[in-house]
Write a protein that binds this ligand. Structure first.
Ligand code: 5GP
Ligand code: MN
Length: 337
């Protein structure tokens, strides 16, 4: 992280009072953790700062410090529009393309105020006046730690530490993905010293299944299929599967990872039917060389990281399965070692 960027950020902050922090739509632990942490920091620095989530966030994050003050755009559109009118700085966290805010995109695009991007995905768009973009860093939360510890280390407290630890833990698969570096561990260690209770955070995030959710995982695992002669597995959940198990937002989070726990599997995919939006949400996870970022971009109008990406299909579940099988056949050579 370059010092001149930090200095520019510092002077932007000094010129602003009303700051808004906006994670991406369907925020995950990193998007929400980094946003809430930066929000605590800015409030301690005297800003009127708020976090606005484009939509509802999953219940496994509804214990995070400060989450009760988050404004949900999809439920309070008028209020958010007036807040944006009064804001003098907008910080967008954990994405690099305003389309990731869903229905907020057009409002943000027409807002005539400075934007700051803090993100770790590849290929950032150029909407921000100040762009912190570090695809090699494991999480946006790790980036926020680096930024705020340079701006004012003394403001880091247990709330900030808890939010950042949560974001780092969730985006690194509990510190096991290759993106995890010795610096990630060093920061995690510092966050524990600042008051993050690592064991409690892990329990809050992962040991909170409802009975329905674990039944849904059961369906997801029994639907698992292996592609012949390739290290690829995929599964799907139909709207009916979701309905029977009383699906709640966030219930399918992490399901795609189970495929990767199989021996000699390097790509795992889940397709989830959403009849309300009339689409199939796809999630891709890989190990090693296979780039799911590229795969999602080419075939499913999506993207993400090298080993974790998402996308969508506008076809039916059956047709999506066919399209996926064809796509995999086209990429066959990418699995050769
Ligand atoms: P997930 O599978 O958990 O939804 O997403 C995995 C990763 O891919 C996340 O880093 C997320 O930011 C990214 N991602 C998910 N869906 C999309 C999408 O539709 N478009 C793009 N560009 N990235 C996505
Ligand atoms: Mn992230």
């Amino acid at each position: 992280m370059k010092d001149n960027l930090i200095n520019e950020f510092d002077s932007l902050l000094k010129k602003s009072k009303n700051t808004l922090i906006i994670p991406h739509k369907n925020p995950d632990g990193d998007a929400l953790g980094s946003s809430l942490a930066l929000n605590f920091f800015l409030m301690k620095k005297g800003h009127n700062s708020l976090v606005i989530s484009p939509n509802e966030y999953p219940s496994f994050l509804n214990w995070l410090p400060g989450q009760n003050k988050i404004i949900n755009f999809s439920l309070n559109q008028k209020k958010v529009i007036s807040l944006i009118d009064k804001a003098d700085l907008i910080l967008t966290l954990d994405y690099n393309d305003l389309s990731r805010t869903g229905e907020m995109e057009s409002i943000l695009t027409s807002a005539d105020i400075p934007f700051v991007m803090v993100d770790h995905h590849k290929n950032p768009k150029s909407y921000a006046d100040l762009t912190f973009s570090e695809p090699q860093i494991s999480s946006t939360s790790e980036m926020v730690y680096n930024i705020i510890s340079k701006l004012d280390h003394s403001k880091i407290d247990s709330n900030i530490a808890t939010c950042l630890y949560t974001g780092m833990m969730t985006d690194t698969g509990s510190f096991r993905f290759p993106s995890t570096t010795s610096k990630t561990y060093l920061i995690a260690s510092k966050l524990i010293d600042f008051g993050a209770n690592h064991s409690k955070i892990h329990q809050n995030v992962y040991d909170n299944y409802t009975f329905n959710r674990i039944r849904l995982l059961g369906t997801c695992l029994s639907n698992l299929k292996k592609i012949k002669s390739l290290p690829v597995v995929y599964t799907f959940l139909s709207q009916e599967d979701l309905r029977i198990n009383n699906f709640k937002k966030g219930d399918t989070e992490g399901f795609v990872n189970y495929g990767l726990s199989l021996k000699n599997i390097s790509l795992s995919v889940i397709m989830i039917e959403d009849k309300l939006q009339n689409l199939i949400k796809m999630s891709f996870r890989s190990k090693g060389n296979f780039s799911v970022n590229k795969f999602a971009k080419i075939y499913f109008n999506g993207g993400g990281h090298h080993n974790a990406a998402g996308g969508t299909s506008l076809k039916s579940l059956k047709e999506t399965e066919k399209k996926f099988m064809n796509a995999i056949q086209e990429c066959k050579k990418d699995f050769e070692v």
